[in-house]
Design a binder for this molecule. Structure first.
Ligand code: DGY
Length: 430
């Protein structure tokens, strides 16, 4: 790629719709929650006011109970399904009724660190902080009502890793919608072989219909849902976000709030630890409907690294797991273990590499002391983006760029993570 940085900036500018960034044109025409957090990290490297605006526009979608929804439908579009007419939530602007991984507090803190204009940054953060705190309180009230220390997701889309094999068994318990109301638009943008199945969408809509019939009230949803999973990534990202919120709280909050966040962290760190599976050498989610471990081996199981809750023994085991994966995949980090029967190198969250996940894993490895695998992951990510463009995801066997092109969070990772400095002429050794 000729000018890597300029090309990455152009992706964000092209996907800018006036203070918010669509993930990519057509396929995703609204503002998504965790996409927005990563986009802000991209914007902060060259347009600081725009980075703050991204976070502020996301919070325009916040509900009175604190929920920050996974989609804010800022402007109408006919290129996406399911739109606001399917969600039927009681909010203006229209939003979905579920959430997504809580990267927001971390993005806000990292933007503050990176910002040159600290005065402006602090002004923005003073207003953002109480709203983010309200969202973190919502997570406990709505998604950990029994106060076990782990939040449960009530829809596969809340994990952000929509069709991960980790949800296959629990999602099989959701009856597919009996109606023919599936009007998929994604297949008009991307090859069906790279997207979730038809059956997956029928269950997605069945859950949306159920929750709409419950008035989107969290306590009723928690009681009536057939799908409830304590995901590793969701909990690790939230733990990390609480650490970042605590840091923001020292500057913008009260002592009482700081104590409240610190108390939550004391509960969530050991709760995440209990998701460790020593035999598999990876963290694994728990099915909250049955209480059983889900024996999935996915990149989500590495994300406690991002939360910095991994001790030396587990760090060694996770590094060994990555080494095993690297023997089968040419590039790291596949979203599903490449020797797993569920591994599909081109299908969305069932095998492909995602830039945002690579950044969280590698930053966590580096912070925990495993520099070598961190360097390898960073170099692979830079190589893939430089060779194949800022695609939504990449095939870990061939490196092919997949899914939507001109993808905002991929470009944002390239910018925030300074991937230009990693570029090499040669392909990484297989
Ligand atoms: C989609 O529509 O595929 C999104 O990932 C859901 O948020």
């Amino acid at each position: 790629m000729k000018d890597f940085v300029e090309a990455a900036r152009a992706v964000l500018r092209d996907n800018d719709r006036g203070g918010y960034t669509v993930p990519t044109r057509g396929l995703y025409p609204y503002q998504w929650n965790w996409d927005a957090a990563f986009c802000a990290l991209g914007w902060i490297t060259f347009d600081e006011p725009r980075a703050w605006r991204e976070l502020e526009r996301l919070l325009e979608g916040q509900w009175p109970d604190g929920l920050v929804p996974h989609i804010v439908f800022h402007a109408p579009s006919d290129t996406y399904f399911p739109g606001p007419d399917v969600w039927r939530t009681p909010h203006v602007p229209a939003t979905s009724g579920i959430t997504q991984p809580a990267v927001l507090a971390s993005a806000a803190r990292l933007c503050l660190e990176r910002a040159r204009d600290k005065v402006a940054a602090e002004d923005h953060l003073a207003a953002l902080y109480p709203k983010i705190l309200a969202w973190h309180r919502w997570w406990i009230a709505a998604r950990d009502p029994e106060r076990n220390g782990l939040v449960g997701m009530l829809h596969p889309w809340e994990s952000g890793m929509d069709n991960s094999p980790a949800w296959d068994a629990p999602f099989a318990r959701v009856s597919p919608t009996p109606t023919s109301a599936i009007r998929r638009k994604d297949l008009g943008h991307v090859d069906a072989a790279m997207r979730p199945s038809e059956d997956f969408y029928k269950r997605v809509i069945a859950l949306i219909d159920l929750y709409a019939s419950l008035g989107w009230q969290p306590e009723r949803m928690w009681a009536k849902t057939p799908f409830k999973v304590a995901d590793v990534a969701l909990n690790a990202i939230l733990h990390r976000a609480n650490r970042d919120l605590l840091a923001l709280g020292r500057r913008f909050g009260t002592h009482v709030e700081q104590a409240e966040i610190a108390a939550r962290l004391d509960i969530t760190a050991p709760a995440i630890d209990r998701l460790w599976n020593a035999t598999a050498g990876i963290y694994q989610p728990r099915d909250l409907m049955t209480g059983e471990r889900i024996e999935a081996r996915t990149s989500a199981g590495l994300l406690p690294l991002w939360a910095e809750v991994v001790d030396t023994g587990k760090l060694r085991a996770l590094s060994a797991t990555l080494e095993r994966w690297a023997k089968r995949a040419r590039f790291l980090v596949p979203s599903t273990a490449p020797d797993d029967p569920c591994f599909e190198p081109k299908r969305y969250w069932r095998g492909p590499i995602w830039g945002i996940v690579n950044m969280m894993i590698a930053e966590g490895l580096a912070a925990t002391g495993a520099q070598e695998p961190a360097r390898r992951i960073k170099a692979d990510t830079a190589y893939l983006m430089n060779k194949n463009g800022f695609c939504e995801y990449f095939d870990p066997l061939t490196g092919d760029g997949l899914g939507g092109g001109h993808f905002s969070w991929t470009a944002a990772v390239a910018l925030y993570w300074n991937l230009r400095d990693e570029l090499r002429v040669e392909a990484p050794a297989s």
